[in-house]
Design a protein around this ligand. Sequence first.
Ligand code: SAM
Length: 300
Amino acid sequence: MKDETGNGQRRDTPRESQQQEHPSTYVVQDRENQREMLRLMIQDRMITNGMGGVLPEQPDPTVFRRVLDVACGTGGWAIEAARTYPEMSVIGIDISQRMMEYARGQAADQQVSDRVEFQVMDALRILEFPTGFFDLVNLRFGVSFLRTWDWPKMISELLRVTRPGGIVRVTDEEIIHRSNSPALTEFWELFQLSFYRAGHLFADETTGLTDHLARLLTQHGCRNVQTKAHALALPAGTPEGQAYYDDVAHVVQTTRPFLQKWAGSTTGDYDGIRQRLQEEMLRPDFRATWNLLTVWGSRS
Ligand SMILES: C[S@@+](CC[C@H](N)C(=O)[O-])C[C@H]1O[C@@H](n2cnc3c(N)ncnc32)[C@H](O)[C@@H]1O
């Protein structure tokens, strides 16, 4: 709804201006980017399998009946959670309309649409759920869209929608994946610098947010914070290695504008790096390790 002003111009009503979109803080500006969606499908499967399932560190995931997955991407984690735990209902939210449409189709194909719902929602605003609604709230790869100053409000919101005794669970990554490809390391260094300059990291450090998450969760109200580290081995000649190759082949394309904006001249011969890393990753002795950390705590 728009108001007419006295001089014939239109102005936003307060409600409408509240609803105007924030500019994207995600590493891929275009929320409907097809290649990014494809990449997230590949990455989701690789990460969930590599970590040993959707909730590998939780002693009894059957206690989680109502679950929220924030910034759920193509919905793979949410769908897999519902498939694994038949008593669980899951809501996935993401800012990308296209990903939510795709995720709904996947839930229908996997016959879990009665227990899995996807909603377009901006997680940087108020989460549109009642206080204490969920038993578990999950967030994986928040580094991709949250700036360091977004975390206090994000954690407060995650906790607000969690019931007393419920769990807030956050998984993030080390930025530079260790590998025997010099060009791949060069690429991840650009990534790290860009993340830092764009405000997504507290320091220009390889460990990304992993050294900060436990402190953040504790400082902002989580109780009994615990951590579990994962090291995903991704050698050439394995399905995981192939998935990693595909993920990287897409990410060098989809994040290029972000890296060029934030790393600027440091990106140097970007096409050269891209070509070399693909060659190096195709060598039969290529290997990489992707380090992740899950941090979780409860609401008092
Ligand atoms: C790196 S992906 C991770 C997807 C999923 N969590 C996973 O681990 O497979 C980050 C997701 O955050 C979403 N996103 C970016 N900004 C967002 C925002 N403000 N609110 C909600 N989702 C957002 C993107 O659309 C993208 O799907």
